[in-house]
Design a protein around this ligand. Sequence first.
Ligand code: 0O2
Length: 236
Amino acid sequence: MQTQNNFDIIVASLQDETDIQQKFDEYSTLMAYFRCAIMEVQTKFNVLNEEFSLQHDRNPINSIHSRLKSIESISRKLKSRDIPFTLSNIEKNLSDVAGIRVICSFTSDVYLLAKALLKQDDITLVSIKDYIKNPKPNGYRSLHLIVNVPIFLVHEKKIMTVEIQLRTIAMDSWAALEHQLKYKKDNEFTEEMTEELYRCAKISADLDMRMDNLKSSVYEEAAEYNLDEYENKIII
Ligand code: 0O2
């Protein structure tokens, strides 16, 4: 209902049908640019996965998922920050319109892939949130990177922002189930349930640590566990 209201306001602010069509085309173009940015970053991860598997005979990436934020979600987020719904505000203020989630085999693969991506000279790091090193109070773990990446169009180059979430299979299943349990309509999430979810997050972190130990016994690979060298290089 709220979304419908936002939408009505946007439409009401437009002068006539031509105006509506033009705005719609501009919005669709911007979303197409974000989709291109997703493709660029996704290809980079696929290339890294391919090369790593040739060298080490295993895949550091289990799966990659991507999503473009819906117009309802974009409108809701801008509204919650009191920012008018305009294309330039979307580009300037939202860093998660284009989102990629990379599910890795082991925790060390999360850092290995993040480092390999950040080393690339067309990628600019905007911000890092390392919820693996510093989990959220509810137990959520994941590595979040916001990066700028160029897309090359027929007549111009555009710099687009992409949010990347890197996590292990265990981190991902905890996050997916937590989301499912927490956001069930008409359900009150009690303190006891919150504590139980936190205990599950601890078990999942322990599982990751033990799996990484097993991996070190099977594969002779140097393991990475932080991105400290990048934390001072954030541009904003
Ligand atoms: P969706 O549909 O997944 O995109 P910001 O994004 O800057 O407004 P915040 O909280 O500073 O807000 O960003 P943060 O911490 O980087 O988290 C953004 C995304 O991480 C969320 O996106 C979730 O996908 C994921 N996330 C963060 N915390 C949790 C958590 O406790 N549980 C789960 N399951 N996921 C989490 P959105 O916008 O919520 O939705």
